[in-house]
Design a protein around this ligand. Structure first.
Ligand code: ADP
Length: 612
């Protein structure tokens, strides 16, 4: 009954759970053994007591049996309760550790793989699968409940077996005679097996329907979450109000809702129809078993106390077997949900995993070269960069300019290894950057992208990008970025929480102020390369002037690259690289490019006209 996949999953889950929360599974198994034993203590003792009452035996004897029953029963119950309480903490710990694994994996995935639609769907599947019916916790519960059911089956089968032993001096004719024969037992067994088989196939079909529903709607669920979250994200609440986007968003929510609702109804309809069958077979089974046991008592083939024992044991036997089959089906489904998790954890990074450490040079002698680099985004037909040959010389101030979509940001992303070139090579000190250890390589760059993203946690941690940090240095960087005045007005200083997502007393800062903090964060990293993508776009003219005044100081001894539309800010750079349609069309100093009369001078003159 167990599929190959299921067996593989059991092995994987057991070893993972053992690694994450040792002892959890062992406790679970003990709890289940106690749970299985508990009802049988009641069944066996109450049948003995009932028979003793009918036979009018001594009161002391009956009381003694009753007390043993209560003592054994309550010991089992209390032990189980204590163990469950102890395991509850482990259960929560297990869930947290699994969520952490998903987070860590997501941090580790190549950026170009992460932004793909299929990867986003895989993340959604892995997270949903782990949160809902497919979670490892549920799988462990089912695994241990199999043990409980098996023990229940053994207990009840031993009791039931005695029901089918014909009584040697039973009735010699009529219905009582029939009940005392082996073939009447055969009819009973047949009804029981029929119900179990029917339940198994119906459960299997029902689980397949559920899985189909889940798989078909992963993307819709993700869209729904996206649209729904927009409604509650207060930072975009202003755009929604000003552009009256409520209708657009609600119609999207409605649209995804309608699709999901229709799919849900179809699933429920199909499911309801098939689940009626085992309800009917269970009804027939109960009728026949009660009639069989009851009539055996009427014809004096079993005692009154035993009839109670048999009816209860029979019920437990049937329920346990049916639920074992259901548990197998559920585990099969869960194996599929869990496979989403394992598939996600096994996504392989295509990026070449270099191992060479970058030199830890105090002199910061690092030189970058793009050698005939071309790049095409996976989802695009056209090249974003074409045959780029470019050197970034040590210690120079470089500007990258060009119209929108010219390839400037792509150039920077390739340099930081967020993507790999489709053709050509990028070299650091003569070695292909792919061969360097990625984390070590990333250490070389301080970057401020346009979407610089600060986080809703304390200001100091935002700048240092760490929980523990050097306070003096954070203050120094904040000062260089021109944020000190604002910081002095914040009661809690570096401890101030940014934004109100996680703290009611969090402060809202302006776009310009946030940009200054993003610059301070880049400075704190103190990397040999400083890259600023439109670093001053949100700053007022005074702040922008101050940043540029300070710029020499900020990037002293480093190699800097910045992308700017503000042509005047490029003027003081050693080298200006001009991009057009993915190609470097000219480069040199401001004076040289202006004298050349090419694209740079056109851009410069166009802007000078508006800023004159
Ligand atoms: P710039 O920074 O000069 O404005 P980009 O480097 O951002 O230009 O973009 C260069 C080209 O690549 C543009 O045509 C842009 O639409 C495209 N592009 C940018 N990012 C992606 C992406 N993630 N997927 C597909 N195409 C992209």
């Amino acid at each position: 009954m167990k599929t190959k996949k299921e067996k593989g999953t059991i092995k994987k889950v057991v070893s993972l759970v053992h690694k994450l929360t040792p002892g959890y599974l062992t406790l679970l198994v003990i709890i289940r053994i106690l749970a299985a034993t508990f009802p049988f203590v009641g069944i066996v003792f109450s049948s003995i007591i009932l028979d003793q009452l009918v036979q009018k035996q001594a009161f002391e004897l009956i009381m003694k049996n009753a007390l043993i029953m209560i003592a054994v029963g309550s010991t089992i119950m209390l032990t189980r309760w204590g163990l469950e309480a102890a395991n509850w903490v482990k259960k929560i710990e297990l869930s947290h550790k699994i969520s952490q694994m998903i987070c860590e994996k997501t941090f580790d995935i190549d950026y170009d793989v992460l932004e793909k639609h299929e990867t986003l769907d895989m993340i959604k599947k892995a997270k949903d699968g782990m949160n809902s019916s497919g979670s490892i916790r549920n799988f462990c519960d089912n695994l241990s409940s199999l043990i409980e059911k098996v023990i229940s089956i053994i207990y009840s089968a031993v009791i039931i077996a005695t029901l089918f032993i014909p009584k040697l001096f039973g009735p010699q004719k009529g219905f009582g005679f029939f009940l005392n024969q082996w073939y009447s037992a055969f009819i009973m067994l047949f009804v029981m097996v029929l119900h179990i088989v029917v339940s198994y196939f119906v459960n299997k079909k029902s689980a397949a329907l559920q899985m189909r529903f889940f798989e078909r709607n992963v993307s819709y669920n993700r869209y729904f979450t996206y649209w729904f979250n927009l409604v509650f994200d207060y930072s975009i609440g202003k755009y929604i109000r000003l552009y009256k986007m409520q209708k657009v968003i609600l119609s999207r929510v409605q649209q995804t809702n309608d699709t999901l609702e229709k799919e849900y109804k179809d699933w429920l309809n199909e499911n309801l129809k098939i689940t009626l069958i085992p309800i009917l077979t269970e009804f027939v089974l109960q009728l026949t078993s009660y009639a069989y046991v009851g009539l055996k008592a009427v014809f004096n083939l079993i005692s009154v106390g035993s009839s109670l024992k048999y009816v209860t044991a029979y019920k437990i036997l049937v329920e346990s077997i049916a639920s074992i089959s259901d548990t197998f089906v559920q585990m099969d489904v869960q194996s599929k949900y869990l496979s989403f998790f394992y598939d996600y954890m096994q996504i392989e990074n295509k990026r070449y995993e270099g191992t060479i450490p970058t030199e830890k040079r105090d002199d910061n002698i690092f030189e970058i070269e793009f050698r005939d680099v071309s790049f095409k985004y996976d989802n695009s037909e056209t090249y974003a960069l074409r045959h780029v040959n470019q050197k970034i010389t040590l210690g120079t101030k470089n500007a990258v300019v060009g119209k929108n979509g010219a390839g400037k940001t792509t150039f920077i992303k390739l340099l930081c290894r967020l993507y790999e070139p489709t053709e050509g090579q990028i070299l650091l000190n003569g070695v292909d950057i792919r061969y360097y250890d990625y984390k070590d390589y990333a250490r070389l760059f301080s970057i401020v992208f346009q979407d610089y993203n600060l986080f809703s946690f304390p200001l100091g941690e935002n700048v240092a990008a760490a929980v523990e940090y050097d306070k003096e240095r954070v203050l120094e960087c904040i000062d260089k970025a021109g944020f000190t005045d604002r910081l002095n007005r914040l009661e809690k200083g570096l401890e101030t929480n940014l934004y109100q997502y996680n703290d009611d007393n969090g402060v809202e800062i302006s776009g310009g102020e946030a940009q200054k903090l993003a610059i301070a964060r880049a400075l704190y990293k103190d990397a040999p390369f400083v890259i600023l993508d439109e670093p001053t776009s949100a700053l007022d003219p005074v702040a922008e002037f101050e940043i540029y005044q300070n710029f020499d100081n900020m990037v002293k001894g480093k190699t800097s690259i910045y992308i700017s539309h503000r042509m005047s800010s490029c003027r003081f750079c050693d080298n200006i690289i001009v991009f057009d349609e993915g190609k470097v069309v000219e480069q040199g100093s401001h004076e040289k490019l202006m004298a050349g009369g090419g694209l740079y001078s056109q851009l410069w003159n166009a802007q000078a006209q508006y800023y004159a």
